[in-house]
Design a protein around this ligand. Structure first.
Ligand SMILES: O=C(O)CCC(=O)C(=O)O
Length: 226
């Protein structure tokens, strides 16, 4: 894939106008890419399906094993869903709130994730879970590694909708230097292979209102967990 390097740390990450979404890809690491605007052609089909998912398994606040309430609200769909409480992080086939299976992963969402993974060099990606994160202004995600999946052969595919975010992409140690990557509505980040376990996170979301998504950012993170 032909890609541009990520803009340097001196770039003004919030200076861009989200209406000027560019196409193309940027390489963050040996096997990690930002696919600019890649989700845009799917959004119109995807949003009603996402609303349907959230009507079945609404967003909820979760507590980490350390006792902190996450600032992002979460839900899931697919054969497995991710959750956390005081006893640990886990994937389960049932939504712990309803004790019903998580909503089915909608076709549009699955197709988008499979196509984005292939675009980034990961053919045959078959996600069995999509974690849905909702960030209101001020919400963030601390640096972490995605390690609850059974094996790390499959990549992580992460779709940004709504308000802009600054994504932090670090190394294999929490203390490694992070790249700051501005993610706009429709951008997709894919990381896998040698980059699969790199620390990542999201800086607090700035105030704003997105014309389609409102005063929030929704992130869809597809994984093969089981
Ligand atoms: O919201 C994002 O862009 C990243 C989400 C994330 O890191 C995660 O769900 O593990």
């Amino acid at each position: 894939m032909r890609s541009k390097p990520i803009p340097g740390p001196t770039a003004d990450l919030f200076a861009e106008d989200s209406s000027q979404q560019s196409a193309g890809s940027e390489q963050m690491g040996e096997q990690s890419y930002v696919l600019r605007g890649y989700a845009l052609p799917w959004v119109e089909r995807l949003l009603p399906e996402l609303r349907h998912v959230l009507a079945q398994s609404p967003f909820r606040k979760m507590v980490t094993p350390g006792g902190f309430t996450m600032s992002a609200a979460l839900s899931s769909c697919g054969e497995l869903g991710w959750s956390t409480d005081r006893t640990g992080y886990r994937y389960t086939p049932l939504d712990p709130d309803s004790q019903q299976p998580w909503p089915v992963l909608p076709d549009s969402m699955r197709q988008l994730a499979v196509a984005a993974a292939a675009e980034a060099g990961f053919a045959l990606f078959e996600p069995d879970t999509c974690l849905i994160n909702r960030y209101v202004p001020g919400a963030k995600m601390s640096l972490h590694q995605d390690k609850n999946e059974r094996d790390y052969a499959a990549p992580v595919v992460s779709v940004s909708l709504g308000l802009p975010a600054v994504f932090l992409f670090g190394g294999h140690l929490r203390t490694d230097k992070t790249q700051k990557v501005l993610l706009l509505h429709g951008d997709v980040v894919v990381w896998g292979g040698v980059d699969r376990l790199r620390f990542h996170g999201v800086l607090p979301i700035k105030e704003g209102v997105h014309p389609q998504i409102g005063p929030q950012r929704i992130n869809l993170t597809f994984r093969m967990a089981g």
